[in-house]
Design a protein around this ligand. Structure first.
Ligand code: SAM
Length: 271
């Protein structure tokens, strides 16, 4: 996968993307990341990338010209081809007003050949970029950042860890929080083990050695080697944590009869 980032702060990315799985994916040749400095596509001596908003109002707006000019030589397919799915490319504008970036969107992006991320700054980006250039606007959450750079780094990390081969133990990315039931089962080997896919819920709790750390002990069930019991316990814990921290996820998750019984017991225990 090729990822291009358009930004007025190219130096921002040396650091966040130079570690862990993202770095590994690049070193293994699974991914290539290129950062483009929008100031190089300005034509005045001050290298101006922003201007005052038409109609008045607070702050400055990122101008359209540097963004359009920077994109032209990148050789992307046309917007029509991208939107129709004729090519596996996506041009994304980072925006607090965008659709929410989720694990599902990360999985959609991970099967593409190329993603291009436009980082906004100031009060935002001239709307013609969203209207005529970008394929979609993505937000990483309901809060306002000062720029799209952190959001771009978040998206790249979430996407790159889903590239086949990027994570040492690929099965682990199929069991994590938010991973849909379809994503888990599409790739699951079917072999009996003690783990369970999250099926859209939060992940189950993880423990490692020592079994007793300063009097804080690991749940007994994890030590007895009974994979069925462990699997059941993990599912219960995942349900409990989801109910506690993210009850909204339970609405869309495919729950088995057994899950429904466990949830009913947890809720009854709380009353
Ligand atoms: N005036 C805008 C608003 O109220 O929605 C906020 C602009 S923000 C200060 C500047 C830039 O940061 C945006 O153009 C966008 O690229 C980025 N940004 C801010 N919050 C974001 C978020 N939650 N997700 C993705 N990008 C974000």
């Amino acid at each position: 996968m090729k990822a291009d980032i358009l930004t007025i702060f190219p130096g921002f990315f040396s650091g966040p993307l130079d570690h862990g799985i993202t770095r590994r994916a690049c070193e293994m040749g699974l991914a290539k990341i290129e950062v483009h400095d929008l100031r190089q596509f300005t034509h005045d001596k001050h290298r101006t990338v922003d201007d005052r908003p038409f109609g008045g109002g607070e702050g400055m707006v990122l101008k359209p010209e540097p963004i359009f000019d920077c994109l032209e030589p990148l050789g992307l397919a046309s917007r029509e081809q991208r939107l129709s799915g004729a090519v596996r490319e996506s041009l994304i504008l980072l925006s607090a007003q965008g659709q929410r970036f989720t694990q599902q969107v990360a999985a959609e992006l991970a099967v593409l050949d190329r993603i291009v991320l436009i980082c906004g700054r100031y009060e935002g980006v001239d709307e013609r970029v969203a209207d005529f250039l970008a394929d979609r606007e993505l937000s990483i959450g309901d809060y306002v950042l000062s720029g799209g750079e952190l959001a771009a780094a978040v998206i790249i990390e979430a996407v790159m860890r889903l590239l086949p081969g990027a994570v040492g133990n690929e099965a682990s990315t199929r069991q994590e929080s938010f991973t849909s039931h379809e994503q888990t089962t599409r790739t699951e080997s079917g072999a009996a083990d003690s783990t369970c896919g999250s099926g859209g819920l939060l992940d189950y709790p993880h423990y490692t050695r020592p079994a007793d750390f300063r009097g804080m002990t690991v749940p007994e069930v994890l030590l007895n080697g009974d994979h069925q019991q462990i699997r059941k316990w993990r599912r219960q814990q995942a349900l409990e944590k989801t109910l506690r921290n993210r009850p909204d996820l339970l609405e869309g998750a495919p729950l088995s009869d057994e899950d429904a019984k466990i949830l009913a017991r947890i809720k009854a225990g709380r009353e």
